[in-house]
Design a protein around this ligand. Structure first.
Ligand SMILES: *Cc1c(COP(=O)(O)O)cnc(C)c1O
Length: 232
């Protein structure tokens, strides 16, 4: 891997190629840097390349970084599993939450979002590969969950998120993402403001963009491999 600047340039190039191949405008796909386990200085280097959107999984380390980078106009996305007793700091410090997979979490976020702030954008996380251990609601639970959360004060229901089972087979990747796109399009009949498909990571970004992703979540391809032994 190269420097952070080189890595970002190469991710942007692949993103642009995939968008062009799909006949989609390049600015229809937001590039989010997934910065879990990374130090605030590394995030600053990414922000210096013009990336504004950052995704974090672990609450305590993310709050430290949000504070350390408060001088920059960044957009913070919470993308990790959520315990219901940890919703308040998420509601108070983030702009987006991608990992809402049950009614209770959405209601708590709505209640705890400070009224003076912009509404919190949320995506419903779908367990699209049907893995028992994975978080996310089942596809068949989506209509009821969307119905329960759409219209709550201080919350804006924006779309769907998934972390499919990893595979190198691009046809298999596309089949899963196509299913996500179909699920969103069904929900849009009742919830036309839903405009976001949060899908695509370092290993499956091209397939996700081909199937309509509007926001890709990229960690390794920007920062290099993660070293969890360094995590405090
Ligand atoms: C870690 C993570 C990513 C980024 O994965 P990479 O393979 O490093 O690009 C994206 N989304 C979620 C929810 C993650 O937890």
């Amino acid at each position: 891997m190269g420097s952070i600047a080189e890595n970002i340039a190469s991710v942007r190039e692949s993103l642009a190629k995939s968008a062009a191949a799909a006949g989609r405008p390049v600015d229809g796909v937001t590039l989010m840097a997934v910065s879990k386990t990374r130090h605030a200085d590394e995030l600053r280097a990414v922000a210096a390349e013009g990336i504004r959107d950052f995704g974090e999984n672990y609450l305590q380390e993310s709050l430290d970084k949000i504070e350390a980078l408060a001088d920059m106009p960044l957009v913070w996305h919470f993308i990790g599993p959520i315990q219901s007793n940890k919703t308040r700091p998420i509601a108070e410090h983030f702009d987006w939450v991608h990992s809402v997979d049950r009614d209770k979490i959405g209601r708590r976020l709505a209640e705890q979002r400070p009224a003076g702030m912009a509404p919190l954008n949320i995506c419903l996380q779908v367990n699209i590969s049907g893995e028992q251990s994975k978080s996310g609601c089942l596809p068949e639970q989506l209509p009821a969950l969307a119905e329960a959360l759409d219209g709550l004060p201080n919350l804006r229901l924006r779309g769907l998120m998934a972390i499919p089972q990893a595979t190198d087979d691009e046809r298999a990747q596309r089949a899963v993402f196509a299913r996500m796109r179909a699920l969103l399009s069904e929900l849009q009949q009742e919830h036309p403001q839903m405009d976001t498909l949060s899908m695509g990571m370092s290993g499956d970004m091209a397939a996700a963009i081909a199937e309509g992703s509007t926001l890709v979540r990229i960690g390794t391809a920007i920062f290099g491999p993660r070293d969890y032994s360094q995590k405090s």
